[in-house]
Write a protein that binds this ligand. Structure first.
Ligand code: NAD
Length: 461
């Protein structure tokens, strides 16, 4: 929750670059959701009926998002903290998602099993969808939910994080100008607004992105209405460097795979496993980048790394770092908050971290990276697979076939070779273990918003 007092109908939004409130957002009460979901139901009737009109509307929505880039991107930076160029990139990805899903249509399939019956599988939308997103990529994660849901013929009630409600609200009003009324509704507010939304009896699909503990609560809450649940949860991705890796050639990519968006990426590299003989070379390469990268307010054009988004997350990052240091770790770079206003934490490279320290076993979700030496590849793969998470992972080396064979042993949803966290709109996105339930992305994510409907009729004779 934002750390200011609650007022009757709005709450303050903090600029993480200053630590000060700079705007307010409506604090919708849970009881208001009955009317919102009811309107989403009514809007569904028209929206589901005309796929061609949907395609046209979603293309118009993509154009409208792009046209609003100069309003959306600075606001996103202001409330989220990321460098302005990254906010523009997020706006572009939001529009790209709308266009990608506007193209998709479900395929009707004939079933033939030798009987004189013609079976046909058609696809139908589910109804109003509740979409709940976190604060790290408010716009593009929202679009990852509402674009396939709308394309499939559902209506959507979207709740952003209370840390980043503003750009999403603006997005909602930009899209309201091109979509039919109540097809997409943005509701902002503090808990228990989200809890009420995911347990609302009128919601037919709950699609949630956030932390593992909240994901568990969401799944339990949605069980009451037996709504479909899609959960995209936390990650603790490992990067495994092989003994033939060209350290200097990959160091930039590896650094940014861990530190982009200030490490607040579900599939950031959160642990690096390095052959013991390369350990100091890798640590030095990463530490050099960590100490020289420009950290500052996202609106400053020189900034490459912004602040941590919110005070509790900053405290968590600091606490995990302190605990690692108390466990015997050393800092090769950073290790502390940056003095002055705002939620800034110095980019941190940790060495000598015990494998059971929480910064290795848990998700730091911030600008802190442990680098761990290994002796045998089996040991590295076991360690990479040895947490409760299973979102992504990567293997880095010169012999690509060998790297791919190692990648094949990673227990996760997506594995990369010599890079990390680059996703195609056309791919399925699914974490295993605690990292998620269900599939988002690509045609799989589209079908995740549909249900099969089967019609049997006798064959004509
Ligand atoms: P969070 O779980 O605290 O909050 C996520 C959203 O859920 C917010 O909108 C929040 O207001 C809402 N919420 C809180 N309590 C709720 C409840 N009881 N019922 C319904 N909604 C509720 O997560 P966060 O701190 O905002 O985001 C960081 C987490 O998100 C990290 O763990 C990160 O890995 C994860 N994440 C995952 C992905 C992915 O695709 N797998 C992507 C981005 C972030």
């Amino acid at each position: 929750m934002p750390e200011t007092a609650r007022t009757a109908a709005s709450f303050a939004v903090i600029d993480p670059a200053t630590g000060e409130p700079f705007a307010e957002a409506p604090d919708r009460r849970p009881e208001e959701l009955d009317a919102v979901v009811d309107r989403a139901h009514r809007a569904w009737t028209g929206w589901r009926a005309d796929p061609a009109a949907r395609t046209t509307a979603l293309y118009a929505a993509a154009d409208a998002v792009e046209a609003a880039g100069d309003r959306l991107a600075p606001l996103l930076t202001r409330e989220q903290g990321k460098p302005l160029a990254e906010s523009y990139a997020e706006v572009a990805r939001t529009a790209a998602r709308l266009r990608y899903f506007a193209e998709l249509a479900p395929r009707t399939r004939r079933i033939s099993d030798g009987r004189p019956v013609r079976g046909e599988v058609r696809w139908r939308p589910l109804g109003p969808v509740a979409a709940i997103v976190p604060w790290n990529f408010p716009l593009q994660l929202a679009a990852a939910k509402f674009a396939p849901a709308l394309a499939a013929g559902n209506t959507v009630v979207l709740k952003p994080s209370p840390y980043t409600p503003l750009a999403t609200r603006l997005l909602g009003s930009v899209l309201a100008a091109v979509l039919p009324e109540d097809v997409l509704t943005v509701v902002t507010g503090r808990e228990p607004l989200g809890a009420r939304l995911v347990s609302h009896p009128g919601i037919r699909h709950v699609t949630f992105t956030g932390s593992v503990p909240t994901g568990r609560a969401v799944a339990a809450a949605a069980a009451g209405s037996l709504a479909r649940v899609t959960l995209e949860l936390g990650g603790n991705d490992a990067a495994v460097l092989l003994d033939d890796v060209a350290v200097e050639a990959v160091a930039d990519r590896l650094f940014w795979a861990a530190f982009r968006n200030c490490g607040q990426v579900c599939m950031a590299v959160k642990r690096v496993y390095v052959p013991a003989r390369l350990h100091s070379e890798v640590v030095e390469a990463l530490a050099q980048r960590a100490t020289s990268v420009v950290v500052g307010p996202g609106l400053d054009p020189d900034t490459r790394l912004g602040p941590v988004n919110n005070a509790p997350q900053l405290a968590r990052v600091e606490q995990l770092t302190r605990r690692a240091l108390a466990d015997g770790a050393r800092t090769a770079a950073g290790g502390h908050r940056i003095d002055g206003p705002g939620h800034f934490f110095a980019p941190t490279i940790l060495t000598g971290v015990p494998p059971d320290s929480p910064v290795v076993t848990g998700e730091q979700f911030g600008p802190v990276l442990p680098v761990l030496p290994y002796r045998t590849l089996d040991e590295a793969v076991d360690a990479a697979n040895g947490t409760g998470f299973g979102l992504g992972g990567s293997v880095w080396g010169t012999d690509l076939d060998r790297a791919e064979a190692v990648a094949d042993r990673l227990e996760c949803g997506t594995a990369w070779i010599n890079h990390h966290a680059e996703l195609s709109l056309a791919q399925p996105f699914a974490g295993i273990k605690d990292s998620g339930v269900g599939v988002a992305g690509g045609p799989w994510g589209f079908y995740g918003n549909l249900r099969p409907f089967v019609v049997h009729r006798p064959e004509e004779t």
